[in-house]
Write a protein that binds this ligand. Structure first.
Ligand SMILES: *[C@@H]1O[C@H](CO)[C@@H](O)[C@H](O)[C@H]1NC(C)=O
Length: 327
């Protein structure tokens, strides 16, 4: 009997599918937010990109813990929908919506100004907003769109809010990076849209996620001893709308394979919630957490102090901050 027809037998096929479904249902939970009883009453948190996906799930969790939660969103309509859903599901009325477009440094500054005026404290800042698969384009401020959205906006925002966070210490800053950072490279001219290799849409994404980790660690070093801790993390491969800029074909493949192999946004939010609220992550700083909530080493490129120093300087210039040498 031929081997090939045997392997193609429907019985085999069903066995395989059954096995995959069993593995999917038995996927272990690395750390369970529902078993963590930390309360955030009296604390204020900002979640960027909170209208959908991981950001919305994180905001939902923080609201359940009774934090005052500011949803920083680009679209008022989508943000308002998320706000209503979170208020309804958690019964927490102190969930607010503020407009923020991290691709625009003017928008970041206006947002930070409003926060500094309105809020007396800030205990948790989740830099979650990001996009992948954006077509290569330049913003009105002369920055490359993906780098601006995923890195320079969060970089500027964090710089503008650390003063308030120091006053509220102990406080936590969290950067949602990605495993993809391992394929990133640092070419400073990319920030202004030059020398982007082949313009593959995931190239700027991968590089921006590498920058997230490098600057998170630099923030951590600069904030040592202040009670403000900074971590970065990998959420795992998550079914989110971050793929919405890819073609319908890629989105369809993503959706159908996704059910079996990718995490749901709830599962993808776990490592972020771990960094932001868990007792285990208290005092944890200058560290990278993987999608199973384990301490992990980012790629060697992310652990290169001279390159990090140059990147920090280039980011300050790009967003219009005065130079601030490390202490
Ligand atoms: C970006 O990272 C992903 C995942 O690690 C990888 O599959 C992809 O090839 C990378 N893209 C580029 C342009 O390096």
């Amino acid at each position: 009997m031929e081997l090939l027809p045997l392997l193609c037998h429907p019985g085999w096929f069903c066995c395989c599918v059954g096995l995959i479904i069993i593995l999917r249902l038995r996927r272990r939970k690395p750390w369970d937010p529902s078993k963590c009883s930390v309360s955030l009453a009296g604390k204020t948190a900002i979640v960027t990109g909170a209208n959908t996906g991981i950001g919305k799930c994180v905001a939902m969790d923080l609201a359940r813990r009774n934090a005052r939660v500011i949803l920083a969103c680009r679209s008022r309509e989508r943000g308002q929908r998320a706000l209503e859903e979170i208020r309804r599901q958690t019964g927490n009325g102190a969930v607010l919506l503020e407009m923020l477009d991290t691709s625009s440094m003017a928008s970041v500054r206006a947002f930070a100004d409003r926060i500094l005026q309105q809020e007396k404290r800030l205990d948790i800042l989740i830099n979650n907003a990001g996009a992948s698969g954006l077509p290569h384009s330049m913003t009105a401020e002369g920055l490359e769109n993906t780098f601006a959205t995923n890195h320079l906006g969060p970089f500027l925002l964090t710089n503008l809010l650390t003063g308030l966070m120091r006053k509220s210490a102990p406080s936590r800053i969290v950067f949602v990076s990605s495993f993809n950072h391992k394929n990133g490279e640092i070419h400073l001219s990319c920030l202004r849209g030059q020398n982007i290799r082949g313009f593959r849409p995931d190239y700027p994404y991968n590089c921006s996620k590498l920058m997230n980790i490098m600057c998170a660690n630099e923030f951590a070093r600069r904030l040592r001893g202040t009670g403000v801790t900074v971590t970065s993390l990998d959420p795992g491969i998550v079914m989110t709308e971050a793929v919405r800029y890819y073609s319908i074909f890629i989105r369809l493949i993503f959706k159908s394979i996704g059910f079996f192999f990718f995490r749901t946004p709830e599962e993808g939010a776990v490592s972020t919630i771990f960094c932001a609220v868990s007792e285990e992550a208290e005092g944890l700083t200058e560290k990278y957490i993987d999608c199973d909530c384990m301490l992990a080493l980012p790629s060697p490129a992310a652990r290169d102090p001279p390159v990090t120093a140059k990147l920090w300087e280039a980011c300050e210039q790009a967003v219009g901050l005065p130079p601030s040498p490390p202490k």
